[in-house]
Design a protein around this ligand. Structure first.
Ligand code: IFG
Length: 488
């Protein structure tokens, strides 16, 4: 039954008894006590179900009755902030949750209990479900190659249906500055005017950025913006001579090298820049996290790096946000509560892993992004046209067959906030390239982040194979990787 093909796999599901035929007369009901947010979740779900079923599926905010019912029950035990219960029987399907986010996730499960197209019957049974990790993220690098807000929205749609709840945007790097900053206009206007390979680049205005943040929030996806510092800053240095220690602006950079740029740690102007930029970004960020990068600062002496990160972290706190940074921050002084994003791999030195474990023990939550598991810009195998291979090849199976709860030595599951799959775009320039590299491996992220620990490739790959029709129906240009038993 469809219960066995759900992705991510629910915590518990039991198919039994007659189901509910969703048809022309089916009504979606929120009940008279429903607030505006629940009504909006119902309207969004109705739109999604109408699209595939072709049914009218009106939404009724008043009378009780048969149909698809959305209910908030603050007392529903064990569901947490994002969990839900789904009960299906002859009179209808009832989605119950403590929060609107839980109802949204229930709706995404309901979509998978119905056919990819046309009406159908939701098999009878009960699902009780809640995520294993709180942070289930995907990162899109729009700095190396520029991607539009509409392309980001499409990615949000694709991710949210699989209960991914965080979109990390890599907004700035050597090759481009992609977000307008009012107090430093040349950053986007000039620093955003090119990209890897010399193309026109581009940038997002604040209004377009707000539009994406709101769109993502409606789908319970939190946007985490990243300003990478003190390295990966050539676009900023090229835009403002005063940011350079020698007062000279370098040329804009369209190559793919890393580690050659650094903010001028000894200049006070640098910290005015950091405060202005992070202040304007914090005002655009309803979520709690600001990502300040901190990776590959090979042109910043270690003591300067630590001094810079001390001050950058204080700026984030002053603007009421929590720091996220790549795990190199562990070698400096992570601020209280700072989250470290680990991007090491099987060949990472034990001492480096130990420094991350020590930071976790000192109270820094970890987001795991192993480069040789979850870097979506890694080639699947030698046949993959796009992508890189510095962390090795990552076939679908390898992206799935690991356990975040026991992955890093001396890091218990309680120290793992969650997982994230970054897509770096040095070699990725189009939507087709993006979708080919991201799907199906970002679904491993979705499963590892949400479902109970399993690492059962046989079972998972069978479920994944059943989603080909759904991905095809949505026009997702996914890779029919040879290690997945795709149906046909
Ligand atoms: N490492 C760099 C990225 C990108 C990546 C490509 C991190 C944190 C290699 N930093 O990953 O900017 O170039 O795979």
């Amino acid at each position: 039954t469809p219960y066995e093909r759900l992705l991510p796999a629910p915590a518990s599901a039991r198919a039994e008894g007659p189901g509910y035929p969703v048809g022309a007369a089916t009504v979606i009901r929120t009940g008279p006590a429903a607030g505006a947010e629940v009504r909006r979740v119902a309207e969004l779900l109705a739109g999604q179900l109408r699209g595939t079923s072709g049914l009218p599926l009106p939404v009724d905010h008043g009378r009780a009755g048969d149909g698809i019912r959305l209910r908030i029950d603050a007392r529903a035990g064990g569901l947490g902030e994002e969990g839900y219960r789904l009960d299906s029987g002859p009179r209808g399907v009832t989605l119950t949750a403590r929060t609107p986010a839980g109802l949204f996730h229930a709706g995404q499960t309901l979509r998978q209990l119905l056919p990819v197209s046309g009406p159908g019957t939701v098999p009878g049974g009960r699902i009780t479900d809640a995520p294993r990790f709180a942070y289930r993220g995907a990162m899109l690098d729009i700095a190396r190659h520029f991607f539009t807000v509409d392309q980001a929205k499409r990615y949000v749609d694709q991710l949210a249906q699989y209960k991914v709840n965080t979109l990390h945007l890599h907004l700035t790097d050597d090759q481009g500055w992609r977000i307008a900053i009012d107090s430093w206009p040349r950053l986007a206007e000039y620093g955003g005017g090119t990209e890897v390979g010399g193309g026109p680049g581009g940038h997002w205005t604040k209004d377009r950025y707000r539009d994406l943040v709101a769109y993502a929030a409606e789908r319970y996806v939190d946007v985490v913006p990243e300003i990478d510092m003190p390295g990966h800053v050539n676009a900023a240095l090229a835009s403002y001579p005063e940011l350079n220690c020698d007062g000279k602006a370098p040329e804009r950079y369209t190559g793919t090298k890393v580690g050659f740029s650094s903010l001028c740690v000894g200049k006070e102007r640098t910290y005015e820049f950091v405060d202005d930029v992070l202040g304007e970004l914090a005002a655009l960020t309803p979520g709690r996290y600001l990502h300040i990068g901190g990776d590959e600062a090979h042109s910043t002496p270690a003591a300067d790096y630590a001094a810079f990160m001390d001050r950058a972290q204080a700026v984030v706190a002053r603007h009421g946000k929590t720091v996220v940074a790549w795990h190199q921050l562990a070698s400096a002084r992570p601020a209280p509560g700072a989250v470290l994003q680990y991007w090491g791999h099987d060949r990472t030195a034990a001492a480096e892993k130990a420094a991350v474990a020590a930071a976790a023990k000192a109270g820094h939550p970890l987001v795991l992004s192993p480069a040789d598991r979850l870097y979506l810009d890694m080639k699947y195998d030698t046949a993959t046209k796009q992508g890189l291979a510095w962390a090795g090849y990552v076939p679908v199976r390898r992206s799935y067959e690991w356990d975040p709860g026991s992955y890093l030595p001396d890091v218990p599951e309680t120290a793992v906030l969650g997982v994230e799959a970054p897509l770096w775009t040095e070699t990725i320039a189009t939507r087709a390239d993006l979708e080919f590299m991201a799907f199906p491996r970002v679904l491993s992220l979705a499963e590892l982040g949400w479902s109970p620990a399993a690492r059962d490739w046989g079972a998972y790959s069978g479920r994944l194979a059943a989603h080909a029709a759904r991905l095809d129906a949505q026009g997702i240009a996914f890779h029919r990787a040879p290690d997945v038993p795709w149906e046909e």
